[in-house]
Design a protein around this ligand. Structure first.
Ligand code: ADP
Length: 450
């Protein structure tokens, strides 16, 4: 039974989880830092507990403070959202040790998938296609050279503990390799405290296509189709759509079935996402995220399934309320990430939102915790919210997105709203014709013109 759930997160995702709980008749507790006292989640949650100062290290990442808040309020479950402690196996273990339900997979699955080398090995075992590369971490330059030669240049040096696009370097020739390894190791050591790196073939024009899956403790597993997240800047997703304009129905059924079968073999529990690069008709696994993703709403829009609600059901030990046959793909959805950043320089622009108007009408959803008069604190990531649009087909979806972006008002700070307005006018975006480098090229051309 879950009567009261603690939300260990902030911003739009804290609100998203609160909303699912309320629709399920579950009481909510939200933890927050001193900087988030005025947040929408704090206003709406049934209870709130201040767990520390603004710095995440002393609040949202402080496991003991979060567990204490759960104990004091008598919460029987914790939802970690995304980021912060959502993929921290130690935290999942600690939650379980306190007899509190962790809304997520087991600590063991988090641990395996958090180590990219271990994850890749696990995927090979369960029949998921991976990017060719070294068998594990490379321990010498000679070994790295051998692996790179085998998968042919260009290659990518990647940190085993990597995340957020950090700890990655491309080497175009054997001459670049030593330097790339040194730089990737340095960055990985600083960011993750672990400098293990491995070698992978660098795919030159892939798309980023990921498959959403859900599995319960009764042996039910289903995939919820794919999301195309190829429009990225510095390996960070900016604009996502579902389904991918690059796949045929047969292809999406095939990769979905492969992933669902693999997830079943892994004995995985809860929501997860398998990320792939896709090039010339082939899929290559890159990583599995063992949590709710930022872009989960587009999948909800095309399937009608509330992923957060299902996560909570699964955590309670219940069956998911659908089977694979019920996951019918309807129409098309796009999500735009709206950040408090300059639309061209991407310099963060925290501060007070003086005017805020949310678009509405058919097929429009805004997942945001912002309001007029809200001050975006400078301490966290700059996401203001996500504009999600659904249409009967891709064309309707794009037209709807254009009009919704034009209705949206966020005044007082710089935002990436203008970037999205330019994107929906770009011919390649309209045609769905882009790869993971397209956005960087688009931004570069833009700067060159101005
Ligand atoms: P992170 O965990 O840091 O996000 P990922 O492994 O998910 O790292 O990769 C992030 C992004 O880096 C991908 O979406 C893609 O743009 C790029 N990338 C990763 N691996 C490769 C590869 N082998 N070839 C080309 N690009 C890659």
């Amino acid at each position: 039974m879950i009567k009261k759930l603690l939300i260990a997160n902030r911003g739009e995702i804290a609100l998203r989880i609160h909303r699912a709980c309320k629709e399920m008749g579950i009481q909510t507790v939200v933890v927050h830092s001193e900087a988030d006292r005025d947040s929408m989640a704090v206003r709406l949650a049934d209870e709130s507990v201040c767990i520390g100062p603004a710095a995440s290290a002393n609040s949202y990442l402080k496991k003991s403070a979060i567990l204490t808040a759960a104990e004091i309020t008598g919460a029987d479950a914790i939802h970690p959202g995304y980021g912060f402690l959502s993929e921290n196996a130690q935290f999942a273990d600690m939650v379980a040790a306190h007899d509190i339900i962790f809304v997520g997979p087991t600590a063991d699955h988090i641990r395996i998938m958090g180590d990219k080398i271990a994850a890749k090995k696990a995927m090979i075992k369960v029949g998921v296609p991976v990017v060719p590369g070294s068998e594990g971490a490379v321990t010498s330059i000679a070994e790295a050279k051998k692996a790179a030669k085998l998968c042919k240049y260009p290659v990518l040096v990647k940190a085993a503990a990597g995340g957020g696009g950090r700890g990655m370097r491309v080497a175009h020739t054997e001459k670049d390799l030593e330097q790339a390894i040194k730089a990737a190791k340095q960055e990985a050591k600083a960011a993750f405290g672990d400098d293990a790196v491995y070698i992978e073939k660098y795919l030159e024009k892939p798309r980023h296509i990921e498959i959403q899956i859900m599995a319960d403790s009764h042996g039910n597993v289903a995939h919820l189709w794919e999301r195309d997240c190829s429009l990225q800047r510095r390996h960070q997703k900016v604009f996502e759509e579902a389904p991918s304009p690059a796949l045929t129905q047969v292809q999406r059924e095939e990769i979905g079935a492969t992933v669902a079968k693999a997830v079943k073999k892994l004995g995985y529990l809860g929501a997860g996402t398998m990320e792939f690069l896709y090039e010339k008709g082939e899929f290559y696994f890159i990583e599995m995220n063992t949590r709710l993703q930022v872009e989960h709403p587009i999948t909800e829009m095309i399937t009608g399934i509330d992923i957060v609600r299902q996560q909570i059901r699964i955590a309670k030990g219940e069956e998911m309320s659908f089977t694979q046959e019920d996951v019918i793909l309807v129409g098309h959805a796009i999500e735009c990430r709206l950040n408090a950043e300059h639309p061209e320089t991407f310099i963060p622009s925290p501060g007070m939102i003086t005017d805020f108007h949310a678009p509405g009408g058919p097929g429009v959803r805004l997942d945001s915790a912002a309001y007029s008069g809200y001050t975006i604190p400078p301490h966290y990531d700059s996401l203001i919210g996500k504009l999600i649009v659904h249409g009967r087909n891709r064309r309707e979806c794009v037209m709807r997105l254009r009009r919704a972006l034009n209705e949206m008002v966020i005044g007082g700070i710089e935002t990436t709203l203008g970037l999205h307005q330019r994107l929906v006018e770009a011919e390649d975006v309209i045609q769905g014709n882009y790869d993971i480098h397209w956005l960087e090229r688009f931004l570069q051309n833009k700067t060159m013109q101005t």
